[in-house]
Design a protein around this ligand. Structure first.
Ligand code: 89Y
Length: 344
């Protein structure tokens, strides 16, 4: 199998894990890195044996023979690089959130569609093993017809230590984590017909820390499967059950109850019994232990996108698909601002 050659744009905190996850897969090879601060790209290239490093993205694209690029820069530069790839007819993968506004995201999708260029979003949350296992039970009809779900992602984990730019975002938790949680909501429970959201800005008030955006959000959806789905997100809540970065899920159905609880315990309750088993993620030596669950999910996410790039399968998180998630993210801000229910 001839490996697909790709370049990574952006060598910040996340790229090290993304690159390590790519190196778990056969048939793909990172041949170049771009970063504005070249010294950072140099360090990553040395650590991972990437042969070329650039401080100018156009120069990289001029000189390298590539099959795709993987954009892992800050959200504000995603659009610029996706358009660059589209102009050159180069398939492109972009980190979540796709763009800082829905309009920009729509233009990115339109540009790639017009150029006939595959465009995928690196949306890894739905690829977490515990979430996939719950999805399987749900799809097997083990709790009958689900009618209500609660998605709980609440902690006091200091995310700003590794990702200081998160502090500066005017729109914080709904773009950073809401993009994942609302994508999981769509993946598990269907498309939203209505959405209502409330937010809080707790960190600023309680700790005098300069976190610009909202750090708590609650979103309620009615989905096209007739379900009521609530998503609770917080980086400002200290709780007994918090275990960053686990997502807890509680799903009620006509024939039973499914729970994904702390420490990867998956419980299925029916009239007859409750069955429990642990569904931990695979552990990779390169993962940051504090992020092991998320870092492990990068591998199947990349595998899915790689198969699509090879024409061997469908990507789940295409740009087109992710627009539906972003409509929920920005719909949530609109709802929180107006106090109105929105129809995404
Ligand atoms: O940026 C976020 C993500 O995508 O996963 C967790 C995170 O690193 C902090 O919220």
């Amino acid at each position: 199998m001839t490996p697909l050659r790709f370049a990574i744009f952006g060598t910040g905190f996340w790229s090290r894990f993304q690159l390590a996850a790519w190196q778990q897969l056969e048939g793909v090879e990172c041949v170049a890195l771009y970063n504005r601060t070249v010294a950072k790209a140099d360090a990553l290239a040395q650590a991972f044996g990437v042969p070329a490093v650039y401080g100018d993205p156009e120069e990289l694209l001029d000189k390298e023979r590539l099959d795709f690029i993987d954009i892992i820069t800050d959200v504000d530069t995603h659009s610029q690089f996706v358009h660059m790839a589209a102009q050159r007819g180069l398939p492109v993968i972009c980190q979540k959130p796709m763009a800082p506004t829905l309009a920009e995201a729509e233009q990115m999708v339109a540009a790639c569609r017009a150029a006939g260029v595959p465009f995928f979003i690196h949306e890894n949350w739905r690829w977490q093993r515990p979430i996939r296992e719950l999805h399987k039970l749900l799809n097997e009809g083990r709790i009958g017809t689900p009618f209500r779900a609660r998605i709980h992602y609440v902690s006091s984990f200091p995310v700003f230590a590794n990702q200081p730019f998160l502090r500066e975002l005017d729109q914080f938790i709904l773009t950073d984590i809401g993009s994942h949680i609302l994508d999981v909501a769509r993946f598990l429970f269907g498309e939203a017909q209505t959405l209502y959201c409330q937010t809080h800005h707790v960190f600023r008030d309680l700790k005098q820390e300069p976190v610009k955006g909202e750090d708590v959000a609650t979103v309620m959806l009615k989905t096209d499967r007739g379900m009521t789905v609530t998503g609770e997100m917080s980086y400002a809540s200290r709780t007994e059950i918090e275990r960053f970065p686990e997502t807890y899920l509680y799903v009620e159905g006509s024939e039973g109850f499914l729970e994904l609880g702390p420490d990867y315990w998956l419980r299925l309750t029916t009239e007859k019994e409750t069955c429990s088993r642990r569904v931990p993620p695979p552990l990779y030596p390169w993962a940051d232990p504090a992020y092991a669950l998320i870092h492990a999910s990068i591998v199947p996410c990349n595998a899915n996108l790689l198969a699509a790039l090879r024409g061997e399968g469908q990507a789940e998180t295409t740009g087109e698909d992710n627009l539906k998630t972003l409509k929920l993210v920005f719909g949530a801000y609109a709802s929180a601002a107006t106090g109105q229910v929105v129809h995404p």
